[in-house]
Write a protein that binds this ligand. Structure first.
Ligand SMILES: Cc1ncc(COP(=O)(O)O)c(C=O)c1O
Length: 564
């Protein structure tokens, strides 16, 4: 089902068969609407796979009509052979508009309803992370800390879901319910009573929805954001209930950094809390936790509620202050403290996430980093203890969330959400779940063993030359490794220089994580193991050769930069 058919007439026939289904009886009006839907899919695919075979004239007319935003005045001319009159046209157009949300191949549908970070460059056909919308077999990919390209199995699962939705074998709310059930099963959380999963268009959106819950009531709120430079770049904005980008997931044009409509940006204050010292070394859990306790105490004494964002896997893989410290803080401050656990990298142990949830913490996660699903699929987990306390969503969140993301019977909370389902997100999650479900079958010891072999293979590839070094504080047993690169003129490369190396690597079909700055003077490139990579290792495919190739390319790019 995912063969990319490049003959437009053949693709048209296949799409038409999907819409027609097994029901043989069609009126000329439904046939016409189905033709428009099929033509719309061809237009969508042509944007992703340029250079398809020539389009016959009869199909051109249909494609032009399907592409137009307004009902074309001469629509009947596009439906050769159908017994139609001009008076049929408005009804046909209305039927087509109802079909249109699913009338494109999964690969293009999955680009919808996220944010501008998924936009494809018109020349390269790749998004800003160097990922295309279709599987790319020749790619070397250690980029799961940022984004990865969809796998063939992921695309197949997404396309199958689209076909089920078209055939009405399943509607969007059933698909959302199945996806939530499968996510919880893969995370080992399906038996946690009262846990409420909410789908979100990205990890950033999930954090925004969690923040909304943390801001309940009408008093002043102190938001404590651990390591703002080591979480998603939009997270500091959404922690302050401000727009993280100039376009919202529903496509609304907004002003980045401005307050989101109806959200109480004026009664909250955000403070970033450092997680590393001046030398870039991670602060210990005890030091971070004590700093947090002092801040929470001060805020509470001033009559403020506190929303605390902790990291269960930062951009560089740091976990801080960690489960034990968070549980202790919750015991020490049983009132007026909400904790949002940033597990967006999805590198946390499921048993730890369960304990956070048991303790009443909100958890945000994604299927698109470690799990290597397509960017972006986000998730908010609301613990039973908070489910009843979720306040009605303000109007501004209608630019970020869909009714179907939330539980079906949460009308009280979701009355402001006019949009029902987000098919792009459902398909992205379906694709991510292929890997998540397979990864969940691996034994923890096998995962730990693969991770330590990965780390050793990376150290071996780097060798002893001294021009590359792993930044201190790389979490032991972690899956993200941050690599400083010596600058040819002395010292270590800064973010600007690292971006050049990162971009050159991507041009050479080697994807790694975007550069990060952990502390002033401590920037690095990230090389990460993903769930599929670990699975491949468990099945005997080592990453050694590819790691040597990436490290070799980094060195070659640096040499080229100085003209050696
Ligand atoms: C630790 C962490 N939190 C949150 C996010 C935001 O997730 P998303 O990119 O899906 O919006 C990221 C993204 O890199 C991240 O690394």
């Amino acid at each position: 089902v995912i063969d990319i058919v490049t003959d437009p007439a053949l693709q048209f026939a296949q799409e038409l068969a999907l819409w027609r289904g097994p029901k043989a009886k069609e009126t000329p009006q439904t046939q016409a609407a189905h033709r428009l839907a099929a033509a719309h899919a061809i237009a969508a695919q042509a944007r992703l796979v340029p250079g398809a075979a020539a389009v016959p004239d009869w199909l051109h007319r249909l494609i032009d009509a399907a592409r137009s935003e307004q009902m074309p005045p001469d629509l009947t001319a596009a439906f050769a052979g159908l017994d139609l009159t001009d008076s049929d046209v408005p009804a046909i157009w209305q039927s087509f508009l109802r079909l249109r949300p699913l009338a494109e191949p999964a690969a293009s549908l999955m680009l919808r309803d996220s944010d501008s970070r998924l936009d494809l460059d018109p020349v390269s056909g790749l998004n800003r992370y160097g990922c295309g919308p279709l599987p790319q077999s020749e790619l070397v990919s250690f980029s799961s800390s940022t984004a990865t390209t969809i796998s063939p199995d992921g695309l197949r699962a997404a396309e199958l879901l689209r076909q089920r939705l078209i055939s009405a074998a399943c509607d969007a709310s059933l698909a959302a319910a199945e996806i939530k059930r499968d996510i919880l099963a893969a995370m080992g959380l399906n038996d946690l009573a009262g846990l409420v999963p909410v789908l979100a268009s990205s990890g950033t959106t999930a954090t925004l929805l969690a923040t909304h819950i943390g801001l309940r009531g009408d008093g002043p709120v102190q938001v404590l954001l651990l390591g703002p430079e080591e979480t998603g770049s939009g997270v500091p904005h959404v922690a302050a209930v401000r727009h993280p980008a100039p376009r919202s997931p529903t496509g609304a044009v907004v002003v980045e950094g401005q307050p989101i409509r109806g959200m109480p940006s004026d009664r909250l204050q955000v403070e970033g809390v450092p997680i590393r010292d001046a030398d870039g070394l991670p602060l210990t859990s005890a030091v971070v936790a004590e700093g947090l306790a002092v801040r929470i105490e001060t805020a509470r004494a001033a009559g403020k509620r506190v929303v605390l964002h902790v990291l269960e896997g930062s951009k560089t893989g740091l976990v801080t202050p960690g489960l034990k410290a968070v549980l202790a803080l919750r015991q020490r401050f049983p009132q007026g403290l909400d904790v949002i656990v940033d597990a967006c990298q999805m590198r946390a142990r499921p048993s730890d996430l369960r304990r956070y949830l048991d303790a009443g913490c909100l958890v945000v996660a994604t299927g698109s980093k470690f799990m290597a699903g397509p960017a972006f699929c986000g998730l908010l987990l609301i613990p039973a203890a908070l489910a009843e306390a979720v306040p009605p969503l303000p109007e501004g969140l209608a630019d970020y969330s869909w009714r179907g993301d939330w539980p079906e019977d949460w009308e009280r909370v979701c009355a402001t959400l006019p949009r029902s389902a987000n098919p792009g997100l459902l398909l992205r999650w379906r694709a991510a779940l292929v890997e998540m479900t397979a990864f969940a079958q691996l034994a923890p010891e096998a995962i730990a063993d693969a991770l330590s072999r990965f780390a050793q293979a990376l150290r071996d590839a780097i060798g002893e030359d001294g021009d590359l070094r792993l930044l201190p504080g790389n979490p032991a047993g972690g899956s993200i490794h941050t690599l400083a690169v010596a600058a040819p003129a002395g010292g270590w490369m800064d973010m600007a220089a690292l971006r050049v190396v990162y971009t050159e690597l991507a041009r050479n079909r080697c994807l790694i994580g975007q550069p990060v700055a952990c502390a002033p003077g401590h920037a690095g490139l990230r090389i990460s193991a993903s769930a599929p990579l670990i699975r491949a290792m468990v099945h005997g495919h080592g990453p050694e050769a590819e790691l040597r190739m990436v490290i070799g390319k980094v060195r070659a790019i640096v040499r080229e930069l100085v003209g050696v």
